[in-house]
Design a protein around this ligand. Structure first.
Ligand SMILES: Cc1cc2nc3c(=O)[nH]c(=O)nc-3n(C[C@H](O)[C@H](O)[C@H](O)COP(=O)(O)O)c2cc1C
Length: 199
């Protein structure tokens, strides 16, 4: 990435296992954002994108993306159901190319895709970091309400795809955890998610 070599992913908030990030990409002149899991195995990082999303289309055609580490549950919900506002993005220039990043990200990493493989349902690629930045690194204890918003958002994307009512039941259970353990931001996020589902 730099003369000093690849980044220490831990430092940027991307740990072993799957880190739920907001991936930002460009479609023509428009930035797009969606929650996407970044899969880290030791010092290697991968992405799996299911066909049909804008992110899939953009990554497939451009071969680059930005993984934004975000601790705002509202951004997860808004980017699951709609796109973010232009004013949520800023742009950074890396090697003469413009990349959209989230203004509210704790950190972000610009990746190039390597060895992209397509199956009938998804693409998988290894991600090579080309630039990384930290805005803030707050000390923050795990909050079950935040985690429950993420779980509910995952089930909401499955519900959107399949219409299977079992996901609504799971979302109700996670909403109860948010009521009990979440802060104001988590409660706003879960209300927004339930409103999107009713719409
Ligand atoms: C926490 C979370 C993680 C997700 N991870 C992935 C993923 O790794 N790959 C994927 O294809 N979709 C994933 N999704 C689903 C996409 O975010 C969802 O399909 C989204 O609507 C795509 O938006 P887009 O069309 O703007 O790209 C995830 C959703 C959530 C809530």
């Amino acid at each position: 990435m730099t003369e000093s070599g690849p980044p220490d992913f831990d430092e940027f908030g991307i740990y072993d296992g799957i880190s739920e990030t907001i991936v930002t990409t460009m479609q023509g002149w428009s930035p797009n954002a969606a929650p996407i899991g970044i899969i880290r195995k030791g010092n290697r990082v991968f992405i799996r994108l299911f066909k049909g999303s804008i992110t899939y289309f953009n990554v497939h055609s451009e071969g680059v993306l930005v993984a934004n580490v975000v601790n705002d549950p509202v951004i997860f919900v808004r980017s699951t159901f709609s796109n973010l506002k232009e004013s949520d993005f800023s742009f950074v220039s890396v090697s003469g190319r413009e990349f959209p990043v989230l203004k509210d990200a704790l950190s972000w990493v610009v990746f190039e895709c390597n060895n992209m493989k397509m199956s009938h349902e998804a693409l998988v690629a290894e991600l090579l970091p080309i630039h990384a930045h930290i805005n803030r690194s707050p000390v923050q204890a795990p909050n079950r309400g935040f985690n429950a918003v993420i779980e509910a958002a995952v089930h909401a994307t499955r519900y959107k795809l399949t219409g299977d009512e079992k996901y609504l039941k799971l979302i109700r259970a996670y909403s109860a955890i948010v009521s009990k353990c979440g802060g104001e931001r988590e409660k706003n996020a879960i209300n927004m998610l339930n409103d999107f589902l009713k719409a």
